[in-house]
Structures are given as C-alpha cells and as structure tokens.
Write a protein that binds this ligand. Structure first.
Ligand SMILES: [Cu+2]
Length: 728
C-alpha cells in the first residue's frame, strides 16, 4: 500500500499568513555523530496512587530550569526561570511541602500514575508572579482585567470525569475550569461585572477527581485553563501527565514472551520555550524591556527563521531571527527551545526488546510532525500505532483501511504493516509519521525487536518533518537515538522471520461494552427536572459549530458560532449564534443524559471558516470522526455495530482549512483576515470540508469545547456546554 498524504499536509501547502502561524514549526538539525554528546532521556518523576488514593499538594510557582542553558551575550550561560508545578505528597494542612517529603519541581513535567477507581486529591496553590500588563495580550478583553494578577487553575485533559462544581456540603472541585485561583501576594481581583470567567478563589483550592472504575487506561495530562492566560502559563512550563492503569492493560504481550523481553515504556512530554535576549521588545500594546533569558509568554510563531541557514546546526533549538524588515519583530539573540521531558536534544536509548513510546504535545500553540528516522536510508521508520489521545485502539481485522484513516483524523501517515509471525487480536496499524497538534497524545510501539522493516539500519533521530526540504530530512531533530548497546550504529542485523507486532486489546472496545464508561449509566447522576431551556437534541438532528472570527477585520477575535440543524442540514430557527468570542455569561448548549442516566450520543458537525488550522477539543468525553454516507453499523457510521467498539477514540481533532473561491478570495485574504463569513460558506463561495463527529456525553457538569491552539483559545475560540441528569 502506498503511503497517503493526510488532509493536514494538503492543507499545509496552502500558505497564508495565519496558516503559517499555526504550522510554522521546527527546523531542527543534528550532526549524525552528536547523540553521543547529549544526555540520555530521563523519565518524568512519578507519583503513584496507594490503596486507591493519590493525594498531592501542587504549587504553581517560578523555578529555574537547569536543563536549559541560554547563551548570554556577555559570554557564559544562564538558566531561564520557568513556571513549574512543585508537587509533593499532601500534608495534613497548609500550602507548603513538608520538609523531608519527596518534592518534585521539574520544568519537564511529572507523571501522576493512577488506576481505575482511584481518587485523585489535589490541593492546588498559586504562587505565580504578577505580570507586566503590557505583556498580557488579553488584559483589555471583556472580563480580562484581573489577568495580570496571574490567576491559575487545573484541568485534567482527556479524563472522562464529571465537571463537578463545589456545593455547600462539598467544597472540593471536580475537573471544573470555571474557577480562578489568585496568589494573595499579587493583590485582590476586581469584579468583572458579570463577565468573570468563573468564581475567584484566593491562595488555593482543593480538587477531588474520582477516576471511574470503568475509565479507559491510558495517557492524559493536566495543565492550567484560565481563559486569557492558558498560552502564557502552558508555554512557561505548566503541564504534567497522568496515566491510568498500566500499558499491559491494553497490550497482550504475546509477542514478547518472558518478563525480560517486555518493551520499554517511555513517556515523552514535548514542550517549547521562547527565550529573549535582554533589551526592548515590541509587545502588542507597546515596547517593554525584558531581562536576559526571559520567557516570551505570548509566543510568536515567527520567532526563528523557518529553515536553518546553510551550515546552521539545530539540535532542539533555533536562534531568534530579525523579522522586523517584513513586518515582524526582532528576536536577535533569543532562542526557541524544543524539549522532551525538559531536556534539550536528549539521546533516547532504544532497547533490543522494543520500545513503547507515549507522547504528549504539551506545547501551547506548536504542532509537530514527528518521525523516527534512519539516517542511512533517509527514510522514516515504521511504528505500530497503539493508542490515540490516551485510549488504545481496537480495530476489527476486516476494517477497511479508509475507515482507519478516517478514524485517525488526519493525524498519522498510515503505511502497510509487515506480516506478523504471531497471532494479532485486532487489526495492526503502522505509521511512518504522526501529526501532533497541541494537546495530542500518541502511543507508539516500535518494531525494532526483529529489525526495522523497510530500513537497513537503526533509528538515529527523532524529530520533526515539518517544512522538510528535499535534502534536509536529517536536519530537524528533537532527539538522537541509539541502541542500548551503546553504539549509535549499527544495530544488530534483522533477525530471521517476520517482525513481531503488539497484539492489542484496546480500550476503544471496552468503553463500548456492557458496563463500559460510554455505555453504562453514570453512577453520580440522579433523576432531576430539566432546567428551563434544556432539552435533548431531537433524533436525526445535529449541532453545527463554526470556527471563525467575531470581527473579520480583527484577526485576534477568535470565536465559535452555533446552530442546530435537521437531518437535511437545514438550520432550526432560533438556535443560531453568530461567531462570537467566549463569554461565560452566554447561554450554553444544554443537554440531559439519556433515560436511566445513560450516555447520549450526539452528532456534531464542525465547519471551518478559517484558512488556518484549528484543533477541536471537548472536555469530559471523547470523540470519533464519522461519515454521513457511511455503511450502516460500520466503524465510521453514527452507530457502529455492537460488539466492535469505537475503533479509535480521540479528544482533539485537527480541522482542515477553508478555501474561498476566486470571486471572494481577495476579499477574504485582504479584508477579512483570511477568514470566511458564515454567509460566504452558506452561499458556496467558501468551501470547507465539514467534519462529522460522534460525541458521547456520559458525565455531568458545566464544561467547554474549544480550539486547543492556546493562542486561539485565549483569544475566544471557546464555548460552554452543560450536561444535566435525565428527569427519568
Ligand atoms: Cu485554533
């Protein structure tokens, strides 16, 4: 089978100003002999639950990043100060870590290791510094006046848990984003006249998140979710990962007999930092002075030159560029770092028994196209796709390849798997490249144990293929790889016989089975009368979400529009909302669970109006791309056959781009910031492939859906949704 181009790559060929801002990625280079010089990748530190509970104190605070050395202009190097989560076992009282206890405060991020049925308790404390208002992009937005005080909070991305607000009898929060925790040292927040993005809390709040017993095992993450500051805080380092269960929960390691030969599981957290050289920088609201190695919170996609200049070596960083000549800014002397677990250009050992990599893109706005490459043949190597966005995949053996591609949501370049010598439960999926937009997770198993199919040598680099020119496939590296034996090359020659594929018993099946989290009643829901205006989506109807700008002449007014449509796609009167920026006061979509508090499946249709990519994300659930004309009961139909599960589940989905036709393209590109209006889409002048999703709602609460490019989310591309109990 021939490798195919993803929609994403096709879209990426369309080069508009805004588009570039999303996909301007890395051009990282390496010398082939370099990995020997770099440090070995270190696993994130782990806090594991005991006896069903993980109870932590998490303090958001500034901290030096010893793994990054910023070259000072005066010579020597300085370590930047990022924002990190200081994590320790929760003391009986107070807001500081007790002396003598384990304390982790790594920029790279820690891992919280939980099991289904566990309780996660977090006292979250804000010790972040006050911000210079001139450096905060959204302080003048409606409700944004408190943002320079740097409030924060926590969201557990991807978990299927209730978005529980506190009550009079239970002051703890569930995975609830409408709370802002302020550091008292920064002053008191002022009321925003009804536009507050949730309630304000001083000093700390307590979270209690009960992981359902039927929760899928897999990879999730946590990060701040304060509207207007998400980018600032995530891009300064605030993110960690959560795992539920063990890798063994979904891989039956038939191919790896014996404990000594199980694959090495690794957790790779991708973050990036833009560091400035001392001087004066032009911010949106004017110039301000910056210190050496100061982090640019409002990240700029044009920080570096897109491609390295001749002879320039890029190993996990690129030099700041002077773009002042063409309307950009001057970042000369600065540097953009791309780290894995906080390390710049580490070496990843590759075990002969095989590797299982669990990747998280914890960048604020940066997308990656990742490959594992073999420098001898200059070709990407095959990896087996194990999990998408935390949930392990489970595809019936007869799944058509087109359905696999559709379900994978343009995130992977799928290639034929080698023939397996062992029994494989579900259809194996092999990939040569994965597209990771912000918040995406991927689980990949390597095929190294019996050699690398399609390759003569060993993996030598792990990095980004974005903007690859014909001859610089080797020049964009996040990490080097070497075999555990210590040599960069060569690996042992491929053994005799066919490669071993991991046999998966993916949770994408388990969640749909009797008792599964997306089929069983929600235990926390009790029958209650419906609130006014709340009703189920009528059968056959779907919700249509528009991604565009509130004001087409202002490219910072990111917003979402809404309408309910019938089975023929005709809008239902009085359900329509124009594209508008997030306002927590606006009435939200409201829907009840099904009879008996069972999960409700809705069909959502995403309409892209922008000529740049967006990445749709919804809290408290998962999603599955479906197709309108799909064969009934197939994996890409609204309702798949029972007993086969959902195939692949995701919680963030890249949208393609809109293409205005010739009659309006000048107008759209020159006068509408590269974004179509809903009217232009309706009258056919702005073409856009709509994305249809099956979204199961199984948990109660007030939560949000939004673009996970945080520049867009902070700008307003977010809306509220409420799920309430069924009345019967
Ligand atoms: Cu977006």
């Amino acid at each position: 089978m021939r490798p195919f181009l993803t929609d994403m790559e096709v879209n990426m060929a369309i080069n508009t100003k805004r588009q570039v801002s999303v996909i301007r990625i890395l051009a990282l280079a390496m010398l082939v002999s370099c990995p020997a010089m770099s440090d070995e990748l270190v696993e994130p530190k782990v806090f594991s639950s005991h006896a069903g509970t993980l109870s932590l104190l998490i303090i958001a605070k500034p901290s030096q990043i010893p793994t990054i050395s910023f070259p000072a202009q005066s010579g020597g190097a300085v370590n930047p100060t990022g924002w990190v989560y200081e994590i320790c076992p929760r003391p009986p009282a107070g807001t500081t870590c007790a002396p003598g206890r384990v304390v982790v405060a790594d920029y790279g991020g820690a891992r919280l290791a939980l099991q289904p049925g566990d309780r996660l308790e977090i006292r979250f404390v804000n010790r972040l510094p006050k911000l210079d208002p001139i450096k905060v992009a959204h302080a003048e937005d409606e409700g944004g006046a408190n943002l320079p005080l740097n409030p924060s909070n926590l969201h557990t991305h991807g978990l299927i848990v209730p978005a529980r607000a506190p009550t009079a009898t239970d002051p703890t929060f569930g995975d609830y984003v409408f709370v802002n925790v302020f550091n008292p040292a920064n002053g008191l927040p002022a009321s925003q006249g009804g536009h507050d993005h949730g309630q304000n809390a001083m000093d700390f709040v307590d979270y209690r998140i009960d992981i359902p017993r039927n929760h899928p095992s897999g990879l999730y993450w946590f990060h701040p979710h304060v509207h207007g500051l998400s980018l600032n805080q995530v891009s300064s380092g605030l993110a960690g990962i959560i795992t539920i269960g063990e890798v063994e929960n979904y891989t039956s390691l038939i191919a790896y007999s014996g404990a000594a030969s199980r694959p090495q599981a690794r957790h790779l957290i991708l973050k990036d930092l833009q560091l400035l050289a001392a001087g004066t920088v032009q911010f949106e609201k004017g110039p301000a002075s910056v210190a050496n190695a100061e982090i640019l919170h409002q990240q700029d996609p044009d920080f570096c030159q897109q491609f390295p200049v001749s002879g320039e070596i890029r190993q996990g960083s690129c030099p700041g560029a002077d773009k002042s000549g063409d309307g950009g800014k001057n970042f000369t002397g600065g540097r953009w770092y791309f780290t894995i677990n906080g390390q710049q250009f580490p070496t990843i050992p590759v075990n002969a028994q095989g590797e299982l990599w669990r990747l998280t893109n914890a960048s604020g706005s940066l997308s990656y196209r990742l490959q594992l490459s073999d420098d001898s043949t200059k070709t990407p190597m095959l990896m087996q796709l194990v999990a998408v966005d935390g949930v392990s995949i489970n595809l019936p053996q007869d799944t058509p390849i087109g359905s696999v591609v559709h379900l994978a949501g343009a995130k992977f370049t799928i290639v034929a798997c080698p023939k397996s010598s062992t029994f494989i439960r579900s259809l194996p999926v092999c990939v040569s490249e994965l597209v990771m937009m912000p918040s995406a997770r991927g689980g990949l198993g390597d095929l190294s144990r019996l050699g690398w199919p399609g390759s003569a040598g060993a993996p030598e680099g792990f990095g980004d293929a974005q903007n690859a020119g014909p001859d610089d496939g080797q020049r964009r590296r996040l990490a080097g790889c070497r075999s555990r034996e210590g040599s960069l090359r060569p690996r042992p020659p491929p053994s005799v016989g066919a490669p071993s594929l991991l046999s998966l018993a993916g949770d994408a099946l388990k969640v749909a089975e009797v008792g599964g989290i997306l089929s069983a009643p929600a235990p926390e829901a009790q029958p209650a009368p419906l609130p006014a205006g709340c009703r189920p989506l009528p059968p056959g109807h779907r919700r249509r979400i528009f991604f565009g700008l509130e004001d087409l002449t202002d490219d910072s007014t990111f917003g979402l529009g809404y309408e309910e449509v019938d089975e023929r796609g005709a809008p239902i009167p009085n359900t329509q909302t124009a594209v508008m920026r997030f306002d927590p006061m606006r009435p939200s979509i409201c829907l009840p669970l099904g009879p008996g508090q069972t999960p409700v499946h809705e069909t959502w249709e995403l309409v892209q109006l922008s000529t740049e990519n967006h990445n749709f994300h919804i809290h408290q659930t998962k999603l599955r791309p479906i197709e309108a004309g799909a064969r009934p009961f197939s994996l890409i139909a609204a309702r798949p056959a029972s007993g086969v599960g959902y195939g692949i589940l995701e919680d963030n989905l890249p949208l393609g781009v809109a293409s205005p036709d010739r009659s309006i393209s000048d107008q759209v590109m020159n006068n509408q910031s590269g974004v179509c209006s809903i009217e232009q889409w309706r009258n056919g002048h702005c073409r856009s492939k709509t994305v249809m999703l099956d979204i199961p709602f199984s948990k109660l609460g007030d939560f949000v859906y939004h673009c996970h490019i945080l520049e867009h989310e902070d700008g307003g591309m977010m809306a509220k949704i409420r799920v309430v109990p069924s009345p019967f």
